[in-house]
Design a protein around this ligand. Structure first.
Ligand code: NAI
Ligand SMILES: C[C@H](O)[C@@H]1OC(=O)[C@H](O)[C@@H]1O
Length: 253
């Protein structure tokens, strides 16, 4: 088991990629603390799946845009499991909207959830890992959107580039503590975040056609890459990023 005995924390884990990754880490031996914002039923169902795998799970409610959520999440996870080995910053929103009339509130909310929230979560997890004194792994669910733009994502893509940049800088700041910090760059993964956008069949077919592996991603496609970065298999990997996009990024023509 690659994550036997490790404690993994995942934000935004009641649904989608976060939920798949939380359950996937448990399948590889970890106990998992889940942050969630509103979906109590989804969070409890994920904990039940983790427990069915013979691992411990705990769901802790909190809006990541509030910096106080970060310290509370880490403190409650430590109270439950004693330590933090792996922190996965996953929570995120992408309310698609045109650039020219982007509401200030939509812009600011996206920044606060995706980037400000990540900053304080990563800081809280890192402080706990430093206190423990034996290293750790921090993983940011960035995006292919860190590298390329989106017409209706002008508020979102900068947060994903920012997350990747944050991982690069904290990889330097935390290397002396043997805390590794890396980004995952998912392509288009079928979740609630893009359900409405991909309800447009023409757009969905276009997106599928861009992917050399011939399909859109599923949340479970992120489990292997996350477990790799969480585990000692990647012990010399830090400040890195990994595309998980079926090849979409390299497909110019
Ligand atoms: N689905 C996709 O195509 C891609 C998704 N991503 C990223 O993956 C991450 C997960 O997204 P998905 O699973 O696709 O979407 P999702 O909408 O299914 O999941 C997002 C999760 O974040 C939680 N969340 C939202 N705001 C929150 C807040 N203020 N506090 C705490 N939790 C909050 C939601 O409750 C939900 O559990 C996001 O950061 C997203 O940007 C990156 C690349 C592609
Ligand atoms: C929500 C989008 O479908 C998704 O989010 C990302 O980060 C990807 O680039 C996709 O555009």
């Amino acid at each position: 088991m690659l994550l036997e005995g490790k404690t993994v924390l995942v934000t935004g884990a009641s649904a989608g990629i976060g939920r798949a990754v939380a359950i996937g880490c448990a399948a590889h031996g970890a106990n998992v603390a889940l942050n969630f914002s509103r979906d109590v039923a989804g969070a409890n169902a994920a904990v039940a799946e983790i427990e069915a795998l013979g691992r411990k799970g705990i769901a802790i409610q909190g809006d990541v845009s509030d910096p106080a959520t970060a310290t509370a999440f880490v403190a409650q996870a430590v109270e439950a499991f004693g330590r933090v080995d792996v922190f996965v910053n996953n929570a995120g929103i992408c309310p698609f909207h045109a650039f020219l009339d982007m509401p200030v509130e939509t812009f600011e909310r996206t920044m606060r959830v995706n980037l400000h929230g990540a900053y304080f979560m990563v800081q809280a997890a890192a402080n706990q890992m430093v206190k423990q004194g034996d290293g750790g792994s921090i993983i940011a669910m960035s995006s292919i959107s860190a590298l390329v733009g989106g017409e209706y994502q002008t508020h979102y893509t900068p947060t994903k580039a920012g997350l990747h940049s944050l991982m690069q800088s904290v990889a330097i700041a935390l290397g002396k503590h043997n805390i590794r910090c890396n980004s995952l760059f998912p392509g288009t993964i079928l979740t609630d975040i893009n359900k409405d956008d991909l309800a447009d069949q023409e757009k969905r077919s276009y997106m599928e056609g861009r992917i050399p592996l011939g399909r859109l991603g599923q949340p479970e496609d992120l489990v292997g890459p996350t477990v790799f970065l969480a585990s000692d298999l990647s012990q010399y990997v830090t400040g890195a990023s990994l595309l998980v996009d079926g090849g979409a990024y390299v497909n110019l023509q």
